[in-house]
Design a protein around this ligand. Structure first.
Ligand code: ZN
Length: 690
């Protein structure tokens, strides 16, 4: 464990955060040092505090504790992430025999100096009841390996001697805060506290002292582990090494079965799909492909608050080769049914035993272990899925090291239930309305500009994850950067006239997000020639992009829709010229008329799979399709100026790419509509679909 303290950097924080004062500036600095090391804390885990003096509006001074606020991540924390709470009222709470979590949160909120600050950590009282100026708390992997053991207290004591206090496991809250303070007071010379099956606290008069102690003790835990022999896993026998294709198939099957149940109501989405992400490494593969995984993975999380992100246990697949799609799918169905049954039994048993009334959470796993393939993380968005993966990857490390020095033993179900069904968490349930396309994946061709780009933006705004493809790779990368979708967007260069490239692009989409729900087959070009003298290569080339490419996309999409069995949406960018041809536009019109037929053919054949197929007929949208003066030529062909041409519709309004995007979004949501053609042309009686 490396000590990252740099005196010069520390001083630069004091200068940078002058307004916050040196105490809070240094608190910010060392909190970030801790946050940046994933073997100390992960994704908002851990907390830090400093006790200092703050001036109130009336010129008085107040003793305050600046404690990490919820919603902040230590890695990126700012001074505002440690809201100040008055110390004196908090200290008085210690005299109480009992305090509910709600009252505890209320007490810290009502004593904040800034009413708009974030809610102080649930571990605020633990920090407040200890006298030290700086306090750091982490869930360090190495400490968890030592304390997740059947005899954890004895082991912890043997490790830290008299230098740290050892606190038996109690759920975070008032009782833990009081117990930690009592244990500290028995021997005020200790440098910190080990919290069995939870983590470690260190204290200091200065930010540096507390940080140094944290690093020293975690380093000591790592050295203790390193002294024992490496744990040997016994590998399961599996046929071949899994290929990228297999990973994509596994992701599709997992995504297809591990969806969230409907949130009720006739209009509700019947199934809420999740984003599925894959991760693999030598350590992950060794673990998931071992005989020991069956026992070790079904123990529980390394520290209790992980239960919110990963559930208590992952779903472990048997050693079935993914390449045997049918067998893998059937094995998953069996394991998932067992998983759900076990989760429901745990919920009923625990709520009855504790005599509490709780709203059951969904019983769907957030981590799936596949021998020979690796880990899959599930979440309502890519971030949540990645968090589950990060946590589980560290859990594997904790379990492996715990097995190296003894036997991994996580908290019993009762304690996990208290955390998972904590009243403060339950209160949040059902309050946030998810976006319309949360958990959904949209695959789009021709996405680097015009209608494709506008469509990507429209779906992403409503929560969809978008996979963008285009023939122009560099333009696509630029677009992804420019619209700043982060993990919500991915892209790949793809020439849709090449069937192999299309298949690879769908595979990549499966590897990135787990599968696909909505496909917008949009790419096209608009060649112009009178039909009688049209050179055949020109017509054939137009058919490649304006017809066959749509077929390639639809074929690849339907294959995934079938595997997922979650239904799906196929949307084509057709053209009004199929109904209302214009002179000289034959090479474009003919294949586009084929796309209308393609739409209807697919609608007829895939409806039973719950897949809806619709097309949009856009007209006279000024995009790249009309480059090189084509728009002027088309206007001229109709005897109009460009302005007259673009506004020459029933509404007298120009049609923009964003209008077409809205039509795609609307069709994706029209849950009982299939085989339809929706014009987006401002109204043109001659082009009404028939
Ligand atoms: Zn903690």
């Amino acid at each position: 464990m490396k000590n990252r303290w740099d005196e010069r950097e520390a001083r630069s924080f004091i200068a940078r955060y002058k307004a916050a004062g040196p105490d809070l500036a240094l608190r910010t600095y060392s909190a970030r040092l801790i946050g940046r090391d994933s073997s100390l804390v992960l994704h908002g885990g851990g907390n830090t505090s400093v006790k200092t003096v703050s001036r109130t509006l009336d010129g008085e001074t107040a003793q305050v504790i600046c404690i990490k606020g919820s919603g902040w991540d230590l890695a990126t924390i700012e001074p505002a992430g440690h809201p100040a709470v008055k110390m004196e009222p908090l200290e008085r709470l210690r005299a109480l025999p009992w305090l509910s979590d709600e009252d505890m949160v209320n007490a810290s909120r009502t004593n904040m100096l800034d009413a708009a600050g974030p809610t102080p950590s649930v571990e605020t009282l633990l920090h407040a009841f200890l006298p030290h100026r700086f306090i750091d708390h982490t869930h360090a992997d190495a400490v968890l390996s030592i304390t997740n053991q059947p005899d954890s207290e004895k082991r912890a004591r043997a490790w830290v001697g008299e230098h740290l206090g050892v606190v038996p496991y109690i759920m975070p809250g008032f009782a833990l805060a009081k117990l930690a303070a009592e244990i500290y007071e028995r021997d005020p010379s200790v440098e910190g506290l080990v919290l069995v099956k939870h983590g470690i606290f260190t204290f200091g008069d200065t930010a540096r002292q507390s940080y140094d102690r944290m690093i020293e003790w975690v380093d000591s835990a790592e050295r203790l582990i390193a002294r024992s022999k490496r744990f040997t896993f016994h590998p399961l026998r599996l046929p071949d090494k899994a290929h990228a294709r297999d990973v994509g198939i596994a992701a599709n099957l997992i995504r297809g079965q591990c969806f969230l149940p409907s949130n009720g109501g006739r209009q509700a989405t019947p199934r809420q799909p999740l984003i599925v992400r894959h991760r693999s490494s030598d350590a992950i593969l060794e673990f998931v492909t071992s005989r020991e995984a069956a026992r070790l993975s079904q123990q529980g999380p390394a520290t209790p608050d992980h239960v919110i992100r990963t559930k208590a246990k992952p779903l472990l697949m048997p050693a079935v080769p993914v390449a045997d799609e049918k067998r893998f799918g059937a094995a998953l169905r069996v394991r998932l049914a067992e998983y759900i049954k076990a989760y429901q039994a745990y919920f009923h048993h625990q709520s009855r035993a504790k005599q509490v009334v709780r709203t059951p959470l969904d019983p769907v796993p957030r981590v799936v272990l596949v021998p020979g393939v690796g880990l899959f993380g599930l979440g309502i968005d890519a971030k949540a899925a990645d968090v589950a993966l990060d946590i589980y990857e560290h859990t594997i490390n904790v379990i492996t090291n715990a097995s190296r020095i003894g036997t991994y033993r996580a908290l019993p179900d009762g304690d996990l239930f208290d955390l998972e069904y904590w009243s403060l968490e339950q209160a949040k349930l059902g309050k946030a309305t998810p976006k319309a396309f949360a958990g959904k994946v949209v695959w789009i061709s021709g996405a680097a500009a015009g209608i494709g780009l506008a469509t990507a933006k429209a779906f992403a705004k409503d929560g969809a994850h978008v996979f963008l493809t285009d023939r122009d790779g560099p333009a696509l990368e630029e677009v992804i950067k420019q619209i700043g979708l982060g993990r919500q967007g991915a892209s790949m260069r793809c020439d849709v006239t090449d069937k192999v490239q299309v298949n690879v692009a769908f595979e990549r989409c499966s590897l990135t997000f787990g599968g696909v729900d909505i496909v917008v087959s949009n790419a096209g070009v608009a060649p112009v020639h009178d039909i009688a003298s049209c050179p055949e290569p020109m017509l054939r080339e137009s058919y490649e992009i304006n017809f066959f490419a749509h077929q390639h996309v639809a074929q690849a999409a339907v294959r995934i829709f079938k595997r997922q069995a979650l239904g799906g949406v196929l949307l084509f960018n057709a053209s009004k010229s199929a109904f209302n041809p214009g002179p000289g536009f034959g090479p474009y019109t003919l294949p586009k008329a084929g796309v209308i037929a393609l739409t209807r053919q697919y609608a007829v054949e895939v409806g039973k799979m719950g897949v809806r197929v619709n097309a949009v007929n856009a007209d006279r949208v000024q995009t790249g399709l009309y480059r090189n003066g084509l728009l002027a030529k088309r206007a001229k062909a109709r005897g109009l100026t460009v302005q007259e041409y673009v506004k020459g519709n029933l509404l007298g309004e120009e049609v923009f790419a964003e209008d077409v995007a809205q039509a795609f979004v609307a069709l994706a949501q029209a849950r009982k509509t299939t085989g339809a053609v929706l014009p987006v042309d401002g109204g043109n009686a001659a082009a009404f679909p028939r």
